[in-house]
Design a protein around this ligand. Structure first.
Ligand SMILES: [Fe+2]
Length: 327
């Protein structure tokens, strides 16, 4: 990956570009089904500078969306985070001491704040044409900002969404595995995660490491990885120097018609399993997949309708978030 940009924490040292964008290193080979390297210039965007991120943190903290990782995690740990700082610090105090080794906070669902929602859509829009010619109907664009001072770790896990992962400041190592490599995460573990959100069967083993793609990311670097690609990150203290003591990255995540279809197949499989059957996993039988996707779509539509009716019956605001597993 390319050399570090001349960006120091909190201050841009170059004039802001007029156009921010994300681009695939190899557009001709880019596919939504494969891990791909990206580049971008959003690390220079005013809303991604530290003072603005502090402002964002202060808006998200009362909503419980500043998440502090439990200290002492390894890549093999279960993901565990809390809205309370492990030492009881406020978000202001946390940012004041953000350069202390091991300091770490993740800002969850930044799309809650309208100016960041617009920014996330702007990021996705730069690649919308490329995405939607393969996977139409992008929806639920969400953002997660990870701010940490080495040493830090994000344990091995999978997510439901496709991910444009962008490095904004400092350095970080990202390992990603092929989402179809069943020797890393078995199909039943993926189904469990999609249907119940449980990562219980998604476990790291050191033997997996050689099968991963490892990215040493600096500001301006990025990686695309498809839904359910196993991944983990780490940063180490030897890299740090003045103005470079903190690593900031963002996961811009989104669903499409394809992630929704696959989730529906998993849902239907789960029902069939309860009936004692052993259905094929998504991708194993195109005919069965098509049938299950139609059935799953009907069930999903009915559930959404029931949820809306319940909400209006209770005079609540209409529910816009689909139930887990329905997208
Ligand atoms: Fe993730």
């Amino acid at each position: 990956m390319k050399d570090a940009q001349d960006i120091s924490i909190g201050w841009r040292t170059e004039p802001p570009p007029t156009t921010y964008r994300v681009w695939a290193d190899d557009p001709a080979r880019f596919s939504m089904h494969r891990i791909a390297t990206l580049h971008h210039n959003f690390h220079g965007h005013p809303l991604f500078q530290v003072p603005e991120l502090l402002k964002l943190g202060k808006e998200l903290a009362p909503l419980g969306q500043c998440r502090f990782m439990r200290p002492g995690l390894t890549v093999a740990s279960t993901i565990a985070h809390d809205s309370r700082h492990p030492d009881g610090r406020s978000i202001d105090e946390h940012f004041e001491r953000m350069e202390e080794p091991g300091s770490s906070v993740a800002l969850y669902n930044i799309e809650t704040i309208p100016r960041y929602q617009a920014l996330l859509l702007a990021i996705v829009d730069t690649l919308r044409g490329t995405v939607e010619c393969e996977q139409p109907d992008i929806f639920m664009v969400n953002g997660f900002v990870f701010i940490s001072a080495p040493p830090s770790v994000t344990p091995f896990h999978i997510d439901r969404e496709n991910n444009f992962w962008l490095q904004l400041h400092g350095r970080k190592i990202l390992n990603v595995w092929d989402h179809q490599d069943r020797s890393i995460v078995p199909a039943e573990a993926v189904e469990d995660f999609i249907v119940t959100h449980s990562l219980r069967k998604v476990r790291f083993s050191e033997e997996f490491r050689p099968r991963s793609q490892e990215f040493h990311a600096r500001p301006g670097d990025g990686v695309y990885f498809p839904s359910t690609s196993p991944h983990m990150t780490r940063s180490v203290p030897d890299w740090t120097g003045p103005g470079d003591r903190v690593s900031i990255s963002i996961g811009v995540t989104f669903y499409t018609s394809v992630t929704r279809r696959t989730a529906r197949i998993h849902q239907v499989n789960r029902v069939l399993r309860k009936w004692g059957l052993s259905p094929a996993y998504p991708g194993e039988s195109p005919v069965a997949d098509a049938l299950k996707a139609s059935v799953g779509g009907l069930v999903g539509a009915t559930r959404s309708c029931l949820v809306d009716m319940t909400a209006s019956g209770q005079r609540f605001k209409s529910v816009t978030t689909p139930p887990p597993g329905s997208y």
